[in-house]
Design a protein around this ligand. Structure first.
Ligand code: HEC
Ligand code: HEC
Length: 334
């Protein structure tokens, strides 16, 4: 009898533990910051994140082997890069400025002007197989991608570990899931601002930021409103629309959406010049003055404002070796 009770208790404990299993991934977050949401059909695991990281840094994901995610999203620049727009494979012209990827897992509206982009898994297909612009050029090359990755024994092992029980997992949907899992680890809450370590100029700049109402759009701890339940609320027109880029109206077809773009996060912004959706502003001051009504900000106020934005740089995030180019592959040094 006792033995039965004990084994029942054990079984109950097992059920309890399964229901409250520790998360497969632990984010290193400051107090008060919740982990990002994770879709039920793409749970986190260390093996999946490691696979996603390798894929993020692999030029073989592009048609001619020359362009990987990291070419446009370089860690040292906050996962952006220094061109106004970056060409895709075979010199295909770029269209918009690459975006900072820190805390992207918290956002419900992705990219500058396409409100249909709501999940990291789906967004991966845009650079991979998109044609407007062509970035990695893999449209129609899905079987080739499977062939290439399957030819590598370490990739075979990594896919098996990342997607246990899914024998045919080396394909575009699983590539996207793994990369999305890696992107969810790109959290950035380690700046001087987060540590409450603002210097005097940055403190004054924080005051200017508040007074000028910047946080109406560059909101809260993410410094963007792109985490709102209604993704359309994150698209704003900060200057008159121009003919070069229709912005949100390209997708919605509404005239009033012309020139609207999604609020970019200002975290790590000091590292990510040039600015705005087309990379047309070279400095922070220039980007800020382009906002309606901001042209008249005085030089002293501007210096303080840029000092505050500088205090949003997270050195740990942009140098963390766990987020950089992998140095080992299946346990072996490269
Ligand atoms: C040729 C340059 C280029 C390559 C390669 C590239 N990206 Fe991007 N990325 C961009 C640009 C430009 C944007 C903004 C696109 C737009 O809004 O039209 C962007 C936007 C994003 C966003 C949205 C970020 C946000 O805040 O909304 C994510 C996520 C992203 N890229 C991930 C990736 C991943 C993953 C890869 C590899 C599979 C990749 N990118 C490859 C240039 C690139
Ligand atoms: C009405 C919403 C709104 C307000 C208020 C606002 N911004 Fe912006 N901000 C945006 C949008 C949208 C963009 C992108 C516009 C584009 O790409 O054309 C942007 C872009 C920026 C950029 C460039 C970031 C990058 O990565 O390219 C900086 C810097 C910036 N804002 C700072 C500020 C400051 C400082 C204030 C207060 C003086 C402010 N913003 C007020 C919506 C806003």
């Amino acid at each position: 009898m006792k033995a039965l009770a004990a084994s029942l208790a054990l079984a109950a404990a097992a059920v309890f533990l399964a229901a409250f299993a520790p998360p497969q991934w632990r984010w290193d977050l400051p107090p008060g910051v919740a982990p990002p949401p994770v879709p039920a059909d793409n749970p986190m695991s260390a093996a999946k994140v490691e696979l996603g990281r390798r894929l993020f840094y692999d030029g073989d994901l592009s048609v001619d082997g020359t362009v990987g995610c990291f070419n446009c999203h370089g860690q040292h620049r906050g996962f952006t890069e220094s061109n106004a727009v970056h060409p895709g494979v075979k010199g295909a012209p770029g269209r918009r400025n690459a975006m900072m990827l820190g805390n992207v897992a918290y956002l419900s509206a992705l990219t500058w002007a396409d409100p249909r982009q709501r999940s990291l898994e789906a967004q991966v297909l845009t650079p991979l197989t998109g044609e407007h612009p062509v970035e990695m050029g893999m449209k129609g090359q899905e079987a080739e991608l499977t062939r290439r990755l399957s030819a590598d024994a370490c990739y075979r092992r990594q896919f098996a570990e990342a997607f246990p029980g899914e024998p045919a997992a080396i394909d575009v949907p699983h590539v996207a899931k793994a990369i999305a899992a890696f992107e969810r680890t790109l959290v950035s809450f380690g700046s001087a601002y987060d540590r409450g370590a603002l210097d005097e100029a940055a403190k004054r700049g924080q005051g200017v930021f508040a007074t000028l109402g910047c946080a109406a759009c560059h909101k809260g701890r993410l410094f963007t409103d792109a985490d709102a339940a209604d993704p359309l609320s994150a698209f704003h027109r900060i200057e008159p629309a121009n003919a070069r880029d229709p912005g949100l109206s390209e997708i919605t077809g509404k005239t009033d959406d012309a020139g609207r773009f999604r609020t970019p996060s200002l975290r790590n912004v000091a590292l990510s010049s040039p600015y705005l959706h087309d990379g047309s502003a070279k400095t922070l001051a220039e980007a800020i003055r382009r906002h309606d009504g901001a042209a008249g900000i005085g030089d002293a106020e501007m210096a303080d404002l840029t000092a505050f934005l500088g205090a949003l740089t997270d050195q740990t995030f942009v140098t963390d070796p766990k987020l950089g180019l992998p140095k080992t592959r299946c346990g072996k040094p490269l």
